[in-house]
Structures are given as structure tokens and as C-alpha cells.
Design a protein around this ligand. Structure first.
Ligand SMILES: Cc1cc2nc3c(=O)[nH]c(=O)nc-3n(C[C@H](O)[C@H](O)[C@H](O)COP(=O)(O)O)c2cc1C
Length: 74
């Protein structure tokens, strides 16, 4: 699926020192126009990429589920 490709891309970017942010909520019509894609094309996900700007790059309060609650080594 496209999500697996997107995830692999994000992991590869992280390995190279870049941050990414997957987005599924976007204006598909405008995005297709911007990228000059045909009307019938479908965009699965938008993945902005960049280099983090330390604390200056954080605009609002962030919520994080504790790592131990979501990761279990078997
Ligand atoms: C598949 C997927 C789609 C997402 N789509 C959106 C989106 O449309 N808008 C949004 O604000 N965050 C979206 N997120 C969450 C952001 O990628 C990001 O994790 C979130 O804004 C929190 O940012 P932070 O990690 O800096 O706290 C999505 C996450 C995933 C995994």
C-alpha cells in the first residue's frame, strides 16, 4: 500500500537526519493543481520534509503517549 511506501520513505529520511510529517488532511484539488497532476489522479498522503529548528520549530503543546504503553518487546 502507499502507506507502507510513505512509512519507508519517512524512516529513510530520519536515517539521513530529516524530519517528516505525514498528512492525510489536505486540499486534494489544490494540491493536484499545484503539482500539475491530472484531474483523475489520487494523492494518498502529503509528507512535508525538513530539518528541525530545535525548540523554535515547536509551535504548540504536543501530546505524547508514554513509550512503554505502546511498545512491547516480545
Ligand atoms: C497517516 C497520518 C496522517 C496524518 N494526517 C494529518 C493531518 O492531516 N493533519 C495533521 O495535523 N496531522 C496529521 N497527522 C499527524 C501529523 O503527522 C503529526 O504527527 C502531528 O501533527 C503531530 O506533530 P508532532 O509529531 O510534531 O507532535 C497524520 C499522521 C499520520 C500517521
Amino acid at each position: 500500500s502507499c502507506a507502507l511506501a510513505a512509512q519507508t520513505f519517512m524512516i529513510a529520511m530520519a536515517a539521513e537526519g530529516y524530519d517528516t510529517c505525514p498528512l492525510e488532511g489536505f486540499d486534494s484539488k489544490r494540491m493536484k493543481k499545484l503539482l500539475k497532476l491530472p484531474h483523475g489522479a489520487g494523492i494518498n498522503m502529503v509528507v512535508p520534509c525538513g530539518i528541525r529548528d530545535g525548540e523554535k520549530g515547536i509551535w504548540g503543546e504536543r501530546y505524547r503517549v508514554p513509550f512503554d504503553e505502546v511498545y512491547h518487546r516480545l
